[in-house]
Design a protein around this ligand. Structure first.
Ligand SMILES: Cc1ncc(COP(=O)(O)O)c(C=O)c1O
Length: 440
Protein backbone atom coordinates (compact mmCIF):
# COMPACT_ATOMS: atom_id res chain seq x y z
CA UNK A 1 0.00 0.00 0.00
CA UNK A 2 1.56 3.31 -1.15
CA UNK A 3 1.46 5.76 1.75
CA UNK A 4 2.72 9.16 0.65
CA UNK A 5 3.30 10.49 4.17
CA UNK A 6 5.47 7.48 5.08
CA UNK A 7 7.39 7.92 1.83
CA UNK A 8 7.97 11.64 2.49
CA UNK A 9 9.41 10.89 5.94
CA UNK A 10 12.14 8.85 4.24
CA UNK A 11 13.48 11.97 2.46
CA UNK A 12 15.18 14.27 5.01
CA UNK A 13 15.53 17.19 2.57
CA UNK A 14 11.75 17.53 2.28
CA UNK A 15 11.74 19.10 5.74
CA UNK A 16 13.76 22.04 4.38
CA UNK A 17 12.51 25.56 4.08
CA UNK A 18 13.56 27.54 1.01
CA UNK A 19 13.15 31.31 1.06
CA UNK A 20 10.94 31.00 4.11
CA UNK A 21 8.56 28.44 2.59
CA UNK A 22 8.48 24.65 2.72
CA UNK A 23 10.46 23.17 -0.17
CA UNK A 24 8.31 22.04 -3.11
CA UNK A 25 10.75 20.08 -5.21
CA UNK A 26 9.51 19.68 -8.78
CA UNK A 27 12.82 19.17 -10.61
CA UNK A 28 13.02 15.40 -10.43
CA UNK A 29 13.84 14.90 -14.10
CA UNK A 30 17.10 16.77 -13.40
CA UNK A 31 17.86 14.77 -10.27
CA UNK A 32 15.83 13.17 -7.49
CA UNK A 33 16.24 13.61 -3.76
CA UNK A 34 17.76 10.75 -1.73
CA UNK A 35 15.98 8.67 0.89
CA UNK A 36 17.52 8.09 4.32
CA UNK A 37 18.11 4.45 3.30
CA UNK A 38 20.49 5.48 0.50
CA UNK A 39 22.26 8.11 2.61
CA UNK A 40 22.67 5.55 5.44
CA UNK A 41 24.09 2.87 3.11
CA UNK A 42 26.78 5.29 1.95
CA UNK A 43 27.60 6.51 5.48
CA UNK A 44 27.70 2.95 6.81
CA UNK A 45 30.11 1.91 4.07
CA UNK A 46 32.52 4.73 4.93
CA UNK A 47 32.16 4.15 8.66
CA UNK A 48 32.60 0.37 8.62
CA UNK A 49 34.10 -0.94 5.38
CA UNK A 50 35.98 1.61 3.27
CA UNK A 51 38.73 -0.02 1.18
CA UNK A 52 39.69 -0.29 -2.47
CA UNK A 53 38.04 -3.17 -4.31
CA UNK A 54 39.22 -6.17 -6.38
CA UNK A 55 42.88 -5.69 -5.41
CA UNK A 56 43.38 -6.20 -1.68
CA UNK A 57 43.12 -9.52 0.10
CA UNK A 58 42.50 -8.08 3.54
CA UNK A 59 39.07 -8.31 5.15
CA UNK A 60 37.94 -4.76 4.43
CA UNK A 61 38.92 -5.06 0.75
CA UNK A 62 37.01 -8.32 0.45
CA UNK A 63 33.93 -6.87 2.14
CA UNK A 64 34.05 -3.76 -0.04
CA UNK A 65 34.37 -5.91 -3.17
CA UNK A 66 31.46 -8.08 -2.09
CA UNK A 67 29.24 -5.02 -1.50
CA UNK A 68 30.17 -3.47 -4.86
CA UNK A 69 29.52 -6.71 -6.76
CA UNK A 70 26.33 -7.27 -4.81
CA UNK A 71 25.08 -3.88 -6.05
CA UNK A 72 25.77 -5.05 -9.62
CA UNK A 73 23.61 -8.15 -9.02
CA UNK A 74 20.78 -5.99 -7.65
CA UNK A 75 20.90 -3.69 -10.68
CA UNK A 76 20.94 -6.68 -13.05
CA UNK A 77 17.84 -8.18 -11.43
CA UNK A 78 16.16 -4.74 -11.36
CA UNK A 79 16.30 -4.34 -15.15
CA UNK A 80 15.82 -8.03 -15.96
CA UNK A 81 19.39 -8.67 -17.16
CA UNK A 82 20.27 -12.37 -17.25
CA UNK A 83 23.90 -11.90 -16.33
CA UNK A 84 25.40 -9.38 -13.85
CA UNK A 85 28.54 -9.33 -16.03
CA UNK A 86 26.44 -7.41 -18.58
CA UNK A 87 26.10 -4.50 -16.11
CA UNK A 88 28.88 -1.93 -16.53
CA UNK A 89 29.10 0.77 -13.87
CA UNK A 90 29.78 4.12 -15.51
CA UNK A 91 29.45 7.71 -14.26
CA UNK A 92 26.03 8.38 -15.77
CA UNK A 93 23.80 7.76 -18.79
CA UNK A 94 25.95 10.17 -20.80
CA UNK A 95 29.09 8.10 -20.26
CA UNK A 96 27.19 4.92 -21.18
CA UNK A 97 26.16 6.38 -24.54
CA UNK A 98 29.68 7.69 -25.23
CA UNK A 99 31.12 4.27 -24.41
CA UNK A 100 28.85 2.50 -26.90
CA UNK A 101 29.27 5.21 -29.54
CA UNK A 102 33.06 4.95 -29.41
CA UNK A 103 33.65 1.35 -28.56
CA UNK A 104 30.88 -0.31 -30.56
CA UNK A 105 29.69 1.97 -33.36
CA UNK A 106 32.95 3.77 -34.18
CA UNK A 107 34.84 0.53 -33.92
CA UNK A 108 32.40 -1.30 -36.22
CA UNK A 109 32.63 1.57 -38.66
CA UNK A 110 36.46 1.34 -38.64
CA UNK A 111 36.53 -2.42 -38.99
CA UNK A 112 33.96 -2.65 -41.78
CA UNK A 113 35.39 0.31 -43.67
CA UNK A 114 31.90 1.36 -44.74
CA UNK A 115 29.71 4.30 -43.79
CA UNK A 116 27.65 3.71 -40.64
CA UNK A 117 24.11 5.06 -40.73
CA UNK A 118 22.77 5.85 -37.27
CA UNK A 119 19.11 6.58 -36.51
CA UNK A 120 18.27 8.98 -33.66
CA UNK A 121 15.14 10.98 -32.93
CA UNK A 122 14.45 14.69 -32.82
CA UNK A 123 13.65 14.48 -29.10
CA UNK A 124 17.08 13.35 -27.90
CA UNK A 125 18.95 14.85 -24.96
CA UNK A 126 22.32 16.37 -25.90
CA UNK A 127 23.92 13.25 -24.45
CA UNK A 128 22.45 11.28 -27.37
CA UNK A 129 23.33 13.86 -30.03
CA UNK A 130 26.83 15.13 -29.28
CA UNK A 131 28.61 11.73 -29.00
CA UNK A 132 27.53 10.96 -32.58
CA UNK A 133 28.63 14.39 -33.79
CA UNK A 134 31.99 13.86 -32.09
CA UNK A 135 32.56 10.57 -33.92
CA UNK A 136 31.80 12.35 -37.16
CA UNK A 137 34.45 14.97 -36.40
CA UNK A 138 37.01 12.40 -35.25
CA UNK A 139 36.52 10.18 -38.30
CA UNK A 140 36.64 13.14 -40.67
CA UNK A 141 39.97 14.17 -39.14
CA UNK A 142 41.34 10.66 -39.75
CA UNK A 143 39.76 10.58 -43.26
CA UNK A 144 37.89 7.44 -42.26
CA UNK A 145 34.51 6.10 -43.34
CA UNK A 146 32.02 8.04 -41.34
CA UNK A 147 28.86 7.98 -39.26
CA UNK A 148 25.77 9.64 -40.71
CA UNK A 149 22.78 10.50 -38.52
CA UNK A 150 19.12 10.46 -39.46
CA UNK A 151 16.27 11.53 -37.21
CA UNK A 152 12.80 10.20 -36.49
CA UNK A 153 10.67 13.37 -36.62
CA UNK A 154 8.66 14.71 -33.68
CA UNK A 155 5.04 15.66 -34.42
CA UNK A 156 3.56 18.98 -33.19
CA UNK A 157 1.82 16.91 -30.47
CA UNK A 158 5.24 15.86 -29.19
CA UNK A 159 5.18 12.20 -30.18
CA UNK A 160 7.50 10.40 -32.57
CA UNK A 161 6.20 10.12 -36.12
CA UNK A 162 6.77 6.43 -36.82
CA UNK A 163 4.75 6.40 -40.08
CA UNK A 164 7.96 6.32 -42.14
CA UNK A 165 9.98 4.14 -39.81
CA UNK A 166 10.81 1.42 -42.33
CA UNK A 167 12.08 3.95 -44.87
CA UNK A 168 14.11 5.72 -42.17
CA UNK A 169 15.66 2.41 -41.18
CA UNK A 170 16.84 1.63 -44.69
CA UNK A 171 20.61 1.03 -44.48
CA UNK A 172 20.72 1.82 -40.75
CA UNK A 173 23.27 -0.08 -38.63
CA UNK A 174 22.52 1.44 -35.24
CA UNK A 175 19.55 3.06 -33.52
CA UNK A 176 20.03 5.16 -30.38
CA UNK A 177 16.80 6.43 -28.94
CA UNK A 178 15.24 7.76 -25.78
CA UNK A 179 12.59 5.75 -24.00
CA UNK A 180 11.03 8.88 -22.45
CA UNK A 181 11.56 12.53 -23.31
CA UNK A 182 12.95 14.76 -20.57
CA UNK A 183 11.15 17.73 -22.16
CA UNK A 184 7.85 16.56 -23.58
CA UNK A 185 7.28 13.70 -21.16
CA UNK A 186 6.51 11.45 -24.13
CA UNK A 187 7.00 7.73 -23.55
CA UNK A 188 7.98 6.27 -26.88
CA UNK A 189 6.77 2.99 -28.34
CA UNK A 190 10.27 1.69 -28.01
CA UNK A 191 9.37 -1.95 -28.58
CA UNK A 192 7.99 -1.16 -32.02
CA UNK A 193 11.20 0.70 -32.91
CA UNK A 194 13.42 -2.12 -31.61
CA UNK A 195 11.51 -4.78 -33.55
CA UNK A 196 11.64 -2.75 -36.77
CA UNK A 197 15.37 -2.05 -36.27
CA UNK A 198 16.14 -5.72 -35.72
CA UNK A 199 14.29 -6.64 -38.92
CA UNK A 200 16.96 -4.69 -40.85
CA UNK A 201 19.79 -6.07 -38.69
CA UNK A 202 20.42 -2.83 -36.75
CA UNK A 203 21.38 -2.82 -33.07
CA UNK A 204 19.49 -0.60 -30.63
CA UNK A 205 20.57 1.45 -27.60
CA UNK A 206 17.79 2.69 -25.32
CA UNK A 207 18.38 5.84 -23.30
CA UNK A 208 16.32 4.95 -20.25
CA UNK A 209 17.43 7.92 -18.10
CA UNK A 210 13.82 9.13 -17.81
CA UNK A 211 12.02 5.79 -17.80
CA UNK A 212 13.90 3.53 -15.35
CA UNK A 213 13.08 5.87 -12.40
CA UNK A 214 9.34 5.73 -13.11
CA UNK A 215 8.33 2.36 -14.54
CA UNK A 216 9.42 -1.25 -14.72
CA UNK A 217 11.97 -1.57 -17.51
CA UNK A 218 13.04 -5.06 -18.51
CA UNK A 219 15.83 -5.36 -21.08
CA UNK A 220 14.82 -8.87 -22.15
CA UNK A 221 11.18 -7.87 -22.62
CA UNK A 222 12.18 -4.80 -24.60
CA UNK A 223 14.63 -6.84 -26.67
CA UNK A 224 17.13 -3.96 -26.95
CA UNK A 225 20.90 -4.45 -27.30
CA UNK A 226 22.15 -1.71 -24.97
CA UNK A 227 20.43 0.36 -22.29
CA UNK A 228 21.72 3.22 -20.16
CA UNK A 229 20.47 5.13 -17.13
CA UNK A 230 21.75 7.34 -14.30
CA UNK A 231 21.60 6.50 -10.59
CA UNK A 232 20.93 10.08 -9.46
CA UNK A 233 17.60 10.27 -11.32
CA UNK A 234 16.29 7.21 -9.47
CA UNK A 235 16.95 8.21 -5.85
CA UNK A 236 20.58 7.01 -5.93
CA UNK A 237 23.83 9.02 -5.69
CA UNK A 238 25.32 11.24 -8.38
CA UNK A 239 28.36 9.98 -10.28
CA UNK A 240 27.07 6.45 -10.86
CA UNK A 241 25.26 5.19 -13.94
CA UNK A 242 24.62 1.93 -15.70
CA UNK A 243 25.34 0.58 -19.14
CA UNK A 244 23.72 -2.74 -19.85
CA UNK A 245 24.74 -4.55 -23.04
CA UNK A 246 24.33 -8.01 -24.50
CA UNK A 247 27.32 -10.13 -23.57
CA UNK A 248 28.17 -11.07 -27.15
CA UNK A 249 28.35 -7.38 -28.12
CA UNK A 250 30.31 -6.29 -25.04
CA UNK A 251 32.77 -9.15 -25.67
CA UNK A 252 33.77 -7.82 -29.09
CA UNK A 253 34.02 -4.19 -27.99
CA UNK A 254 37.48 -2.84 -27.14
CA UNK A 255 37.92 -1.16 -23.73
CA UNK A 256 36.87 2.48 -23.66
CA UNK A 257 39.31 3.67 -20.96
CA UNK A 258 42.65 2.14 -20.00
CA UNK A 259 44.30 1.72 -16.60
CA UNK A 260 44.09 -0.42 -13.49
CA UNK A 261 41.39 -3.07 -12.99
CA UNK A 262 40.44 -3.29 -16.69
CA UNK A 263 43.45 -5.53 -17.46
CA UNK A 264 44.34 -9.17 -16.92
CA UNK A 265 48.04 -8.55 -17.53
CA UNK A 266 50.24 -5.70 -18.70
CA UNK A 267 53.62 -5.63 -20.48
CA UNK A 268 55.67 -2.57 -21.43
CA UNK A 269 54.34 -2.86 -24.95
CA UNK A 270 50.83 -4.26 -24.57
CA UNK A 271 48.07 -5.61 -22.34
CA UNK A 272 45.40 -8.30 -22.06
CA UNK A 273 41.98 -6.85 -21.22
CA UNK A 274 40.09 -8.17 -18.23
CA UNK A 275 36.86 -10.17 -18.42
CA UNK A 276 33.44 -8.53 -18.43
CA UNK A 277 32.35 -6.35 -16.76
CA UNK A 278 35.70 -5.09 -15.42
CA UNK A 279 37.09 -4.63 -18.95
CA UNK A 280 35.07 -1.39 -19.04
CA UNK A 281 35.70 -0.22 -15.48
CA UNK A 282 39.17 1.31 -15.54
CA UNK A 283 40.60 2.74 -12.33
CA UNK A 284 39.06 2.88 -8.87
CA UNK A 285 35.31 3.04 -9.48
CA UNK A 286 32.66 5.02 -7.61
CA UNK A 287 32.29 2.32 -4.94
CA UNK A 288 29.84 4.19 -2.71
CA UNK A 289 27.96 5.23 -5.83
CA UNK A 290 27.32 1.60 -6.75
CA UNK A 291 26.46 0.67 -3.15
CA UNK A 292 24.13 3.68 -2.89
CA UNK A 293 22.50 2.72 -6.19
CA UNK A 294 21.98 -0.82 -4.86
CA UNK A 295 20.25 0.73 -1.83
CA UNK A 296 18.10 2.87 -4.17
CA UNK A 297 17.07 -0.26 -6.08
CA UNK A 298 16.09 -1.92 -2.78
CA UNK A 299 14.17 1.21 -1.83
CA UNK A 300 12.10 1.62 -5.02
CA UNK A 301 11.38 -2.10 -5.09
CA UNK A 302 10.25 -1.92 -1.47
CA UNK A 303 7.85 0.90 -2.39
CA UNK A 304 6.73 -1.00 -5.50
CA UNK A 305 7.29 0.24 -9.05
CA UNK A 306 3.61 -0.09 -9.98
CA UNK A 307 2.36 1.79 -6.93
CA UNK A 308 4.92 4.50 -7.52
CA UNK A 309 3.99 4.79 -11.16
CA UNK A 310 0.28 4.97 -10.44
CA UNK A 311 0.89 7.77 -7.92
CA UNK A 312 3.04 9.73 -10.38
CA UNK A 313 0.50 9.29 -13.18
CA UNK A 314 -2.24 10.58 -10.95
CA UNK A 315 -0.12 13.62 -10.09
CA UNK A 316 0.55 14.22 -13.79
CA UNK A 317 -3.14 14.06 -14.71
CA UNK A 318 -4.04 16.34 -11.80
CA UNK A 319 -1.34 18.87 -12.69
CA UNK A 320 -2.27 18.92 -16.39
CA UNK A 321 -5.92 19.53 -15.54
CA UNK A 322 -5.12 22.37 -13.14
CA UNK A 323 -2.51 23.95 -15.40
CA UNK A 324 -4.71 23.80 -18.49
CA UNK A 325 -7.27 25.87 -16.61
CA UNK A 326 -4.74 28.73 -16.31
CA UNK A 327 -5.01 31.55 -18.86
CA UNK A 328 -2.24 32.12 -21.41
CA UNK A 329 -0.32 28.93 -20.80
CA UNK A 330 1.21 26.69 -23.44
CA UNK A 331 1.78 23.10 -22.38
CA UNK A 332 4.03 20.99 -24.58
CA UNK A 333 3.85 17.25 -25.15
CA UNK A 334 1.20 14.60 -25.75
CA UNK A 335 -2.42 15.35 -24.93
CA UNK A 336 -3.54 11.76 -24.42
CA UNK A 337 -3.28 11.89 -20.65
CA UNK A 338 -6.73 10.44 -20.07
CA UNK A 339 -8.46 11.24 -16.79
CA UNK A 340 -9.63 7.69 -16.81
CA UNK A 341 -7.14 5.45 -15.03
CA UNK A 342 -8.87 2.31 -16.28
CA UNK A 343 -8.20 3.33 -19.89
CA UNK A 344 -4.55 3.81 -19.03
CA UNK A 345 -4.45 0.39 -17.41
CA UNK A 346 -6.07 -1.30 -20.38
CA UNK A 347 -3.60 0.42 -22.71
CA UNK A 348 -0.78 -0.97 -20.62
CA UNK A 349 -2.26 -4.44 -20.75
CA UNK A 350 -2.06 -4.22 -24.52
CA UNK A 351 1.63 -3.33 -24.15
CA UNK A 352 0.97 0.03 -25.74
CA UNK A 353 2.94 2.27 -23.45
CA UNK A 354 1.18 5.16 -21.74
CA UNK A 355 2.14 8.17 -23.78
CA UNK A 356 3.20 10.62 -21.06
CA UNK A 357 5.49 10.29 -18.07
CA UNK A 358 5.63 12.63 -15.04
CA UNK A 359 7.22 15.55 -16.91
CA UNK A 360 5.38 18.71 -18.00
CA UNK A 361 7.09 21.47 -19.97
CA UNK A 362 5.19 24.73 -20.39
CA UNK A 363 5.45 28.45 -20.93
CA UNK A 364 3.38 31.28 -19.52
CA UNK A 365 2.86 33.23 -22.73
CA UNK A 366 4.81 36.49 -22.65
CA UNK A 367 6.88 35.54 -19.58
CA UNK A 368 10.38 34.12 -19.94
CA UNK A 369 10.78 30.65 -18.41
CA UNK A 370 13.71 31.88 -16.29
CA UNK A 371 11.47 34.57 -14.78
CA UNK A 372 8.85 31.93 -13.98
CA UNK A 373 11.48 29.75 -12.27
CA UNK A 374 12.99 32.71 -10.38
CA UNK A 375 9.65 33.92 -9.02
CA UNK A 376 8.58 30.40 -8.06
CA UNK A 377 11.87 29.90 -6.24
CA UNK A 378 10.93 32.83 -4.01
CA UNK A 379 7.98 30.67 -2.90
CA UNK A 380 10.21 27.67 -2.24
CA UNK A 381 9.19 25.91 -5.48
CA UNK A 382 12.05 24.34 -7.44
CA UNK A 383 11.39 23.92 -11.16
CA UNK A 384 13.70 23.83 -14.18
CA UNK A 385 13.84 26.36 -16.99
CA UNK A 386 15.91 26.62 -20.15
CA UNK A 387 16.53 24.27 -23.05
CA UNK A 388 16.77 21.17 -20.83
CA UNK A 389 19.84 19.90 -22.70
CA UNK A 390 17.61 19.39 -25.72
CA UNK A 391 18.23 22.67 -27.54
CA UNK A 392 17.26 21.46 -31.04
CA UNK A 393 13.94 20.09 -29.74
CA UNK A 394 13.07 23.27 -27.84
CA UNK A 395 13.90 25.30 -30.97
CA UNK A 396 11.71 23.00 -33.06
CA UNK A 397 8.81 24.10 -30.87
CA UNK A 398 9.73 27.71 -31.66
CA UNK A 399 11.16 28.41 -28.20
CA UNK A 400 14.51 29.27 -26.69
CA UNK A 401 13.40 28.19 -23.21
CA UNK A 402 10.62 26.28 -21.52
CA UNK A 403 9.67 25.91 -17.86
CA UNK A 404 9.42 22.30 -16.67
CA UNK A 405 7.99 20.53 -13.68
CA UNK A 406 8.70 16.85 -13.09
CA UNK A 407 7.47 14.58 -10.33
CA UNK A 408 9.03 12.02 -8.07
CA UNK A 409 7.33 9.52 -5.81
CA UNK A 410 7.23 11.98 -2.87
CA UNK A 411 5.29 14.77 -4.58
CA UNK A 412 1.70 15.51 -3.60
CA UNK A 413 -1.43 17.11 -5.02
CA UNK A 414 -1.09 19.83 -2.35
CA UNK A 415 2.28 20.73 -3.84
CA UNK A 416 0.65 21.02 -7.27
CA UNK A 417 -1.91 23.41 -5.77
CA UNK A 418 0.98 25.48 -4.36
CA UNK A 419 2.61 25.49 -7.80
CA UNK A 420 -0.58 26.58 -9.54
CA UNK A 421 -1.09 29.38 -6.97
CA UNK A 422 2.56 30.36 -7.62
CA UNK A 423 1.95 30.47 -11.38
CA UNK A 424 -1.11 32.66 -10.83
CA UNK A 425 1.09 35.03 -8.80
CA UNK A 426 3.72 35.09 -11.56
CA UNK A 427 1.02 35.97 -14.08
CA UNK A 428 -0.22 38.81 -11.87
CA UNK A 429 3.29 40.22 -11.44
CA UNK A 430 3.76 40.27 -15.19
CA UNK A 431 0.40 41.81 -16.01
CA UNK A 432 0.61 44.49 -13.32
CA UNK A 433 4.35 45.23 -13.38
CA UNK A 434 6.18 45.90 -16.65
CA UNK A 435 8.99 43.29 -16.72
CA UNK A 436 11.81 45.89 -16.71
CA UNK A 437 10.55 47.31 -13.40
CA UNK A 438 11.13 43.91 -11.79
CA UNK A 439 14.83 44.53 -12.02
CA UNK A 440 14.64 47.80 -10.06
C1 LIG B 1 16.60 11.57 -21.57
C2 LIG B 1 17.93 11.83 -20.93
N1 LIG B 1 19.00 11.19 -21.38
C3 LIG B 1 20.22 11.37 -20.85
C4 LIG B 1 20.40 12.24 -19.80
C5 LIG B 1 21.77 12.42 -19.26
O1 LIG B 1 21.81 12.07 -17.92
P1 LIG B 1 23.17 12.33 -17.10
O2 LIG B 1 23.40 13.81 -17.12
O3 LIG B 1 22.88 11.81 -15.76
O4 LIG B 1 24.22 11.59 -17.83
C6 LIG B 1 19.30 12.94 -19.30
C7 LIG B 1 19.48 13.92 -18.21
O5 LIG B 1 18.64 14.76 -17.96
C8 LIG B 1 18.04 12.72 -19.87
O6 LIG B 1 16.96 13.36 -19.42
Amino acid sequence: MFDIQTVRKDFPILKRQVNGAPLVYLDNAATTQKPRQVIDAITKYYETTNANIHRGIHTLAEEATAQYEDARKKVAAFIGAKDPAEIIFVRNATEGINLVAQSYVRNQCQMSGVKCQVLLSEMEHHSNLVPWQMIKMQNAECRMQNVESRFIPVTPEGTLDLSNLDALLDGVKFVSITHASNVLGTINDIKKIIEAAHRVGAKVLVDAAQSVPHMTVNVEELGCDFLVFSGHKMYGPTGIGVLWGRRELLEVMPPFLGGGDMIRSVRYNGFEPNDLPWKFEAGTPHITGAIGLGAAVDYVQGIGMDAMREHEQELTRYALKKMRALPDITIYGPKEDSDNTSILRSIEVLHQPVVRGPVIAFNLNGVHAHDVATLLDREGIAIRSGHHCAEPLVKKFGQTAMARISFGMYNTKEEIDILVAGLEKVRKVFTITPPNLLLL
